[in-house]
Design a protein around this ligand. Structure first.
Ligand SMILES: NC(=O)c1ccc[n+]([C@@H]2O[C@H](COP(=O)([O-])OP(=O)(O)OC[C@H]3O[C@@H](n4cnc5c(N)ncnc54)[C@H](O)[C@@H]3O)[C@@H](O)[C@H]2O)c1
Length: 352
């Protein structure tokens, strides 16, 4: 498989997005988020998305020059309208505004309507944690989702991810997960590789269990199951609440038929630690808690207790050292898009 550095992937993103009409600063922000997602191992939210984003710009749904509008704000809260600009740009601005508000009054609640795909939520949670906040971020899909309700067959929900992040020393504990059994991007990666997926993630258009990712993209289409398998009512319940907080309260809406997949509502909640507890006391409890969790007898086959976000930290170190593999088919599609746009990708010397 071809292997690249994070700098090459960032440059690839910048080059394609600018060739598609994105202003340089916005292209830089999106390219950085995509490259960082690849670096921590979430290839489903990395440069693979460039093909989709360029197509959405071409179709006029993603508006790369649209400006973020503050609809309402007050001490500790704001409602923003992203006007379907690139989602990573809107999310970065929402985070900056939220951090300013949390520094001023201790907490911040930021809702973003009409947002596009923000990428890997964990990135924003980690950034907030590094700046002294506990963070919660969730995203809904007001338009067509890909997930069936618990007990249902048809698509009615998005994968509605949620991230919760907390500082730990110089780093962070970062839970970042879909409320569905799998992220759609992971199906897309398996589909592009021509590989089957695990059991319990997908049903076909008749509601039968499937391990073939093509069933998701077929017509009539299948659906992703809610998180939790036989306990899927819990994942479903979380997804419903995320639709209400992120979709209804932000003004993005729910159950909309006029939007393509990728339209989002966002809810960002920040709590500045020092307003609640001296940081030294927080750090003391965190150290004690982590040691308490890790010092546990292990089940057969388990080498170590890992905290949320630890896999990503390790993958980052590995890929910084060894490079980032990109599947042939993903690369082929990106290069085809680059050539169509006339984007210069001569800096991509394929190593693998
Ligand atoms: N922007 C969007 O609309 C959107 C939609 C869906 C998903 N996503 C992103 O997709 C990505 C993938 O989501 P996912 O649910 O497939 O993630 P995942 O299942 O890979 O990981 C979920 C969480 O579990 C933790 N984890 C993984 N293995 C672990 C282990 N062995 N022990 C302890 N903790 C472990 C991870 O650190 C992570 O916090 C996320 O970054 C999410 O933000 C984004």
């Amino acid at each position: 498989m071809p292997v690249f550095t994070v700098d090459q992937l960032r440059e690839l993103g910048r080059s394609l997005l600018m060739a598609a009409g994105t202003p340089p600063a916005a292209a830089e922000t999106v390219a950085e988020e995509l490259a960082q997602a690849n670096l921590v191992g979430h290839d489903s939210h990395g440069v693979m998305r460039l093909v989709q984003y360029v197509q959405m710009i071409h179709d006029g749904f993603v508006k790369p020059t649209a400006a973020l509008e503050v609809i309402q704000h007050g001490p500790g809260y704001a409602v923003l309208d992203a006007h379907f600009s690139l989602g990573q740009v809107a999310a970065a601005k929402a985070l900056e505004l939220g951090l300013e508000q949390a520094q001023a009054v201790g907490t911040a609640t930021i809702l973003v309507r009409n947002c596009n795909h923000v990428g890997r939520l964990g990135s924003y949670g980690e950034q907030a944690a590094r700046r002294g906040c506990l963070a919660l971020m969730a995203v809904n899909a007001p338009g067509p989702g890909g997930v069936a309700p618990f007990g249902g067959i048809d698509r009615r929900l998005g994968t509605n991810p949620i991230c919760m992040a907390a500082p730990r020393g110089d780093g962070a504990v970062v839970l970042d997960m879909t409320t569905s059994a799998t992220a759609e991007g992971k199906l897309r990666v398996a589909f592009q590789k021509g590989e089957p997926i695990g059991e319990g993630l997908l049903i076909n258009s008749c509601g039968e269990a499937s391990i073939n990712p093509a069933d998701f993209y077929a017509n009539p289409c299948g659906a992703i199951l809610p998180l939790g398998g036989g306990m899927g009512h819990k994942g479903f319940g979380l997804a419903v609440m995320i639709d209400i907080f992120c979709g209804i309260l932000s003004g993005s809406g729910v159950a909309r038929t006029d939007l393509p997949r990728g339209a989002n509502g966002v809810w960002l909640q920040l709590l500045e630690i020092e307003r609640f507890l001296p940081r030294s006391v927080y750090d003391m409890w965190m150290d004690r808690y982590v040691a308490h969790l890790k010092d546990c007898r292990l089940q057969p086959g388990c080498a170590e207790i890992l905290l949320p976000g630890e896999i990503e930290q390790r993958r980052r170190a590995e890929r910084e050292r060894d490079g980032i593999p990109i599947p042939e088919e993903t690369l082929r599609q990106i290069l085809e898009t680059a050539s169509r746009l006339g984007a210069d990708v001569s800096f991509l010397s394929v190593e693998g």
